[in-house]
Ligand binder design. Sequence first.
Ligand SMILES: Nc1ncnc2c1ncn2[C@@H]1O[C@H](COP(=O)(O)OP(=O)(O)OP(=O)(O)O)[C@@H](O)[C@H]1O
Ligand SMILES: [Mg+2]
Length: 477
Amino acid sequence: MNWLWTSQAMNAALGGRPIGTLPEGITGISIDSRSVVAGDAFFAIKGDRVDGHDYASLAVANGASVIVVSEAKLPALGRLTVPMIVVEDVLSALGKLAVASRERSSARIVAVTGSVGKTTTKEMLRQALAPSGNVHAAVASFNNHWGVPLTLARMPAETAFGVFEIGMNHADEIRPLVKMVRPHVAIITTIAAAHLGHFKDLEEIAAAKAEIFEGLEAGGTAILNRDNKQFDVLEAQAHSVGVSHICTFGQHAKADFRLADFEGGSESSTIWAVLNGDTVEVHIGAPGRHIAENALAVLGAALLVGADMAGAVSALAGIRAVKGRGERHRLAIGEGHLTLIDESYNANPASIRAAIALLAATTPHSSGRRIAILGDMLEMGEFSQQVHEELAGPILAAGITHVWLAGAEMAALRDALPDSVEVVYFPTTLELGDFVVHSVVPGDVLMVKSSLGLGFGKIVAALIDNYPPFADTGHQL
Ligand SMILES: Nc1ncnc2c1ncn2[C@@H]1O[C@H](COP(=O)(O)OP(=O)(O)OP(=O)(O)O)[C@@H](O)[C@H]1O
Ligand SMILES: [Mg+2]
């Protein structure tokens, strides 16, 4: 049997107290009783909303072969028919297993942080490294205090490349996570105004992201965005913690991984990348200059971990924009179709600008319109009004003529847009969603984006529910 962990190795790492006869090994790890499959170890951690201990019996019913629980919660668990490992604290036990996983691994490890583009970059790395060996990366964003140790603990021993997304909302969150991951290569995609409400300014955000350098393996390399305004801050910070290898990507003439040219289409793009002096033409299967910038960091990281570069380059042609992050739908309406760009997963000033550029690069048909459907950017604190107002600039520059808005904060953008733009505003997502479904016409291009908390995924779902997929018959309306 190909165990993820033998019970012996797992328990040695956890330093727990076994109850019952442990199975020989486990084939997976889960912290969510709903996704438990037979042979998993279930770690009953206290998550964002619920405590896993309340779901232990469900995890057992779903096939968990061992459960890891805390000493304090043991009396309340009742009778369970499955072996257990009892520990002081389940989340720190998961962290210990993560550390043991890293210790046993001979994989080349890449960590990705940044204000935007972490998951996109992680997914591109997964594809780009795959031709060179087994890649391990999380199924979803999984970039926080439980997501990172879970992903690390799940890394099979025979992994050749591990890719980890590390995120933060506050200072001091990245440091403990990167010290578990111990990357050979650390990418900072970009520094932008995400979670700005928790910080004084962009420099403070940069300083928090710079914590990633503190976990870099000796001799490891930091990959930084040469075009970002915070480059100097990050470079200085890297030097100050003893990082000796810094590589850069971007358009800047001095970038090690340089974007020499960009040709953007509505469904894909082509870049000419200069990698340590060699120019390569790279087709990227998802549109947007921001994706191309992430791709440069990916190619740089692939080079540094010794991947097969021809394989990495050809893999990028096969990437697709993912749900909520630029995924496109063509939906049948009337005699024609509309194009829906689903950016509903999240929003901040940088990612909304990137999405506006995507909208601008997509041409409506017949009497269709380019429509930006935008909701609040949350966690902007005292900067909120200003960052919402400032979206008027990129909207006008991109020539977007229709802007449909919802949310309390978006009232600032409504007031900032001139009469030349047709603005529709509703206080709630529900009202806007209803309006959208009834107001679209054949040929429209819609880009839907807001912070997750606004629930703009419902607008996307309502459109998909009301308009069937468009079967392309070869002629366009
Ligand atoms: N380099 C970039 N610059 C600007 N915007 C970007 C960039 N990369 C991705 N985006 C935008 O950010 C959105 C979110 O991308 P992604 O999920 O990769 O970010 P993330 O950093 O993982 O976010 P989170 O912190 O929520 O996990 C995308 O839909 C896209 O609009
Ligand atoms: Mg993410």
